[in-house]
Design a protein around this ligand. Structure first.
Ligand code: NAD
Length: 355
C-alpha cells in the first residue's frame, strides 16, 4: 500500500466504515501545497476494494494537476463511496459521508461527481461546511465549464490558424448534456457552424432547433470533417481505433480522460492534430466551485466568495494557460498533454522552473 501511495505522491488516504448507515467510503488527499484539497465524490459500485482505492488515488492526483494549472488556491482530493449493492437510504448515506468529510477539518472539500447529485450534496451540507456546488449554494459548474472550453478553443484556433475567431469554423460536439448544450449556445453566438451527436435524439433536436446544428450519427463523431472536434460525453473517445478516423485539426472538449491511453497524446502530436489537454480545458467548473465558495475553509483561512465576473475572468485565463502549453509544445517538440503534466509538476513539486 505504501508503495502505491509514494508512487502517486499521495499525502493522505482515509477510510470510513459506518455499517449502521451503510457507508463505506475513501477520501484521498493528494497534495495541499496550494490550499485545501477540492474534488468530487463518486458513488459507484466497485468490483473490489482495490479498484476503489486505485480510482480515488488516480482521481485525487488528477485534481492536484488540474487545480495547479487552473491557478486556484486548492489542492487535489477525491472521495469515493462504495455504492451499496442492497437498496439504501441516500439521505442517511450522504449524511454519514458528510460527517466523514467534517472529521477531516477542512483539509478536503467535497463536490459533485458521477453517481452523486446536487441533492445529495445538500444532505452533506447539513453536517459539514466543507462542500461546494450544491442546490443550496447555486454553484452549478456546467455553464462555467462550457465557458472554459470556449476559451480553450480560442487559444487552439489562435495557435492553429493564427486567429482566435471561431466564426465560420465547423465544430463537432459529442454529447449535448449539461456542458455540451451550453457550449453549443456559446459557439452559436460566436458564429461557428455546429455538428452535434448524442445518444439521446431529443437533445440533438433541441440543438438543431436552438442553434441550427446539423445532426451527426453517434458513430460518425470521430470521423466528422470539421475544424474542431469537441468530446463532451464520455471518456476514452480517442483510442487506437478512432485515432485512425480523425478528420479534424483540433480536439478541444470537456470530457474527462479523452485519451484512452497517455501515449495517444504523442500520436496526435505526430499527426499534427492539436489536442487541448482535457483537465486544462475543462477546469471552468473547478474554478466556479473553488472561487464561488464562501465558507471558512479550516486550515486557518476564511474565504469570501468571488463575484461571477471574477469567476468568468479567471475562466478566460484557461485560454492563456493553453496558449502557453501550445507554445512550449512547439518549442520543445512535445505533445501538449505531456507539457501540461510537466507544468503542473513544476508547480506542485517545484521541479525545474517551478512557481
Ligand atoms: P451529461 O451527462 O450531462 O452529458 C453527457 C451527454 O453525452 C449526454 O447527453 C449523453 O447522452 C451523451 N453521450 C454519452 N455517450 C455518448 C456517445 N457515445 N455518443 C454521443 N453522445 C453520448 O454530462 P456533462 O455534465 O455535460 O459532462 C460531460 C463530460 O464533461 C463528462 O465527461 C464530464 O466528466 C466532463 N466534465 C463535466 C464538467 C461539468 O461541469 N459538468 C466539468 C468537468 C468535466
Amino acid at each position: 500500500m505504501f508503495d502505491i501511495i509514494e508512487q502517486a505522491h499521495l499525502g493522505e488516504l482515509h477510510f470510513k466504515s459506518d455499517p449502521a448507515n451503510g457507508l463505506k467510503a475513501i477520501i484521498a488527499i493528494h497534495n495541499t501545497k496550494l490550499g485545501p484539497a477540492l474534488g468530487g465524490c463518486r458513488c459507484l459500485e466497485y468490483a473490489t476494494d482495490e479498484d476503489a482505492i486505485h480510482d480515488v488515488i488516480r482521481l485525487a492526483r488528477g485534481m492536484s494537476y488540474k487545480s495547479a494549472l487552473a491557478k486556484v488556491p486548492q489542492g487535489g482530493g477525491k472521495a469515493v463511496i462504495l455504492k451499496p449493492k442492497e437498496p439504501f437510504n441516500r439521505r442517511t448515506l450522504y449524511n454519514a459521508f458528510g460527517r466523514f468529510v467534517n472529521e477531516l477539518g477542512g483539509r478536503y472539500i467535497t463536490a459533485i461527481d458521477s453517481g452523486t447529485t446536487l441533492e445529495d450534496l445538500d444532505e452533506v451540507g447539513r453536517v459539514t461546511p466543507y462542500v461546494s456546488g450544491n442546490l443550496s449554494d447555486g454553484l452549478d459548474p456546467s455553464p462555467n465549464t462550457a465557458l472554459g472550453v470556449l476559451a480553450g478553443m480560442k487559444a487552439a484556433a489562435l495557435q492553429r490558424y493564427g486567429s482566435a475567431r471561431l466564426k465560420g469554423l465547423t465544430v463537432a460536439i459529442q454529447g449535448i448534456g449539461n456542458v455540451g448544450f451550453h457550449l453549443a449556445s456559446l459557439l452559436y453566438e460566436e458564429g461557428a457552424k455546429l455538428l452535434v451527436a448524442d445518444l439521446d435524439e431529443k437533445k440533438v433536436n433541441q440543438a438543431r432547433n436552438a442553434f441550427h446544428a446539423e445532426p451527426l450519427a453517434p458513430d460518425q463523431f470521430c470521423s466528422a470533417h470539421c475544424h474542431i472536434l469537441a468530446p463532451c460525453g464520455l471518456g476514452g473517445v480517442i483510442n487506437e481505433h478512432s485515432i485512425q478516423e480523425l478528420n479534424c485539426d483540433i480536439i478541444a472538449g470537456s470530457a474527462n480522460n479523452q485519451l484512452a491511453a497517455p501515449e495517444l497524446g504523442q500520436r496526435l502530436h505526430d499527426l499534427g492534430i492539436l489536442y487541448a489537454p482535457d483537465y486544462v480545458i475543462n477546469a471552468g467548473g473547478l474554478i466556479q466551485v473553488s472561487l464561488g465558495m464562501s465558507m471558512g475553509m479550516g486550515m486557518g483561512t476564511a474565504k469570501h466568495h468571488a463575484s461571477q465576473q471574477t469567476i468568468a475572468n479567471k475562466t478566460w485565463g484557461i485560454s492563456e494557460t493553453l496558449y502557453d502549453i501550445f507554445s512550449r509544445s512547439c518549442v520543445e517538440n512535445l505533445p501538449p498533454s505531456t507539457v501540461a503534466d510537466l507544468m503542473a509538476e513544476e508547480i506542485l513539486y517545484e521541479t525545474h522552473g517551478g512557481a
